[in-house]
Design a protein around this ligand. Structure first.
Ligand SMILES: [Zn+2]
Ligand SMILES: [Zn+2]
Length: 68
């Protein structure tokens, strides 16, 4: 069985929030996800394994959209 998590990515494509989808904390997870969406981040549901492989945004606040 693989654990699921929610991640929020900012415009640079790196994650700014990761939250394990724990049924025991459903309410907290929903609040976190809603706040991230409201802040304009792209939220997606991924496996915890995928979260571990994702780079975290280190200079958040100075992010720029990656140039194509
Ligand atoms: Zn960034
Ligand atoms: Zn950022």
């Amino acid at each position: 069985m693989c654990e699921m998590a929610y991640v929020a990515k900012c415009l640079c494509g790196k994650m700014v929030m990761a939250c394990v989808d724990n049924p025991a904390h459903k309410k907290d997870t929903a609040i976190e996800v809603a706040a991230s969406i409201k802040a304009g981040y792209a939220v997606s549901r991924v496996t915890v394994e995928e979260v571990r492989a994702m780079p975290f945004c280190e200079n958040h606040g100075n992010c720029e959209e990656p140039t194509p």
